[in-house]
Design a protein around this ligand. Sequence first.
Ligand code: IFM
Length: 487
Amino acid sequence: MSPTASGSPAPEAGTARFPPGFLWGAATAAYQIEGAAQEDGRSASIWDTFCRTPGKVLGGDTGDVACDHYHRFRDDVRLMAELGLGAYRFSVSWPRVQPTGRGPAVQRGLDFYRALVDELLSHDIQPMVTLYHWDLPQELETSFPSGSSAGGGWPERDTAQRFAEYAGIVADALGDRVGMWTTLNEPWCSAFLGYGSGVHAPGRTDPVAALRAAHHLNLAHGLGAQALRGALPARAQVGICLNPSAVRPLTDAPEDLDAQRRIDALANRIFTGPLLKGAYPADLLADTSDITDWSFVRPEDLAVIKHPLDFLGINYYTPAVVSAATDPAAPRRDGHNASAHSPWPGADGVAFHRAPGELTAMDWAVDPTGLVDLLTEYASQAPGVPLFITENGAAYEDRPDAEGRVHDPDRIRYLHAHLAAVHEAIRAGADVRGYFLWSLLDNFEWAYGYSKRFGAVYVDYDAQTRTPKSSARWYARVAANGELPAG
Ligand code: IFM
């Protein structure tokens, strides 16, 4: 997919004008900010359970309170308006609107999202809804159709049907006021971190379950998109947010190129194959044939998954550098929490290396060339499908100074370089329509708890105060001018 580890030349950081109508937004996710975990009929999600499992989340942190956005959303929307955001991407908490993942909806849950959307619209901020950002109702993980051996959750086919039902419920409630919809956020993480390495909820470590989950997430996207189409006005735009990996071989040696091919199959083509071409890649099926015969894929599924996309959301943070493993016992450094279990079924012989570049607080290398590569690659793989960057950003060790201000020059540099990359991809012909900074607020960073701050706005979790960091002010100016200043 991309050149060797040194990457392509860095995009020039000069003044860059973005096309008229380019959407400047920020993104969040329900479990990471809402809190109110036991209120108004919400039930437990797999993340509530995972957080309560000793040793799974740093410091035993939970999303119980998070940023208390459930109660403070009006203030948060006012803040977005002050920052001049044109769009806001948020996710709906499935267990808040359909507590057991089956059956009737809870009106109070839906009312919350209607009120949030109304507040956004009254400030001229376009909502983009994500239906699933990892908070599966626990009940769907725990109880599943009798006779199934998949063990519930995404490895279970029925979960895809349940997702379609839930999609229809949310579309009925918000379809008159939301124009942009995405089905899933980063299905790779749900499948391979949730069921492969087990560093995400529900914490299972079974390669077959991970591959089954990937397929049922693809199917859920297809069935969910059908349900959205059936309920939404024709003007509504329906897409999906992927976190494709810019995979680079350490060297051009054939064994390193083969490592790149394997990871590209598991990170990228396992989703884009069925989504864009209606088939799983032959090399992926061959690489994993010792693990599964893929008989959980029914031929009719593939046409469902290849549902026309109105846009494709791309989440990007850092590239991956891979080689053939010289020492199979060496620790894997693949950008995700260390685990004894691999999130890469069928790729045991692949080693991950630190990409060149400065590191963020996640130990992720700053390398915007990966974003240029992905955008140009996806523009050619999905011709005619507009692209959005639905997440991009960085965690740093932000702290208020003596006056209470938060200066985050590293984040400004990161954002500048990545926006320059977006501009470069647009100049090269990619139809990129908007950019959502991850994240509006500091928030619950999954297995890292509250230890990592990705926000453009600093959150004091005890006082629940919000302080825009200097990057938020910087981003507001870029959004207002539609132009990136010379760097
Ligand atoms: O915080 C996450 C988000 O939920 C999904 N994409 C990556 C972000 C940073 O890790």
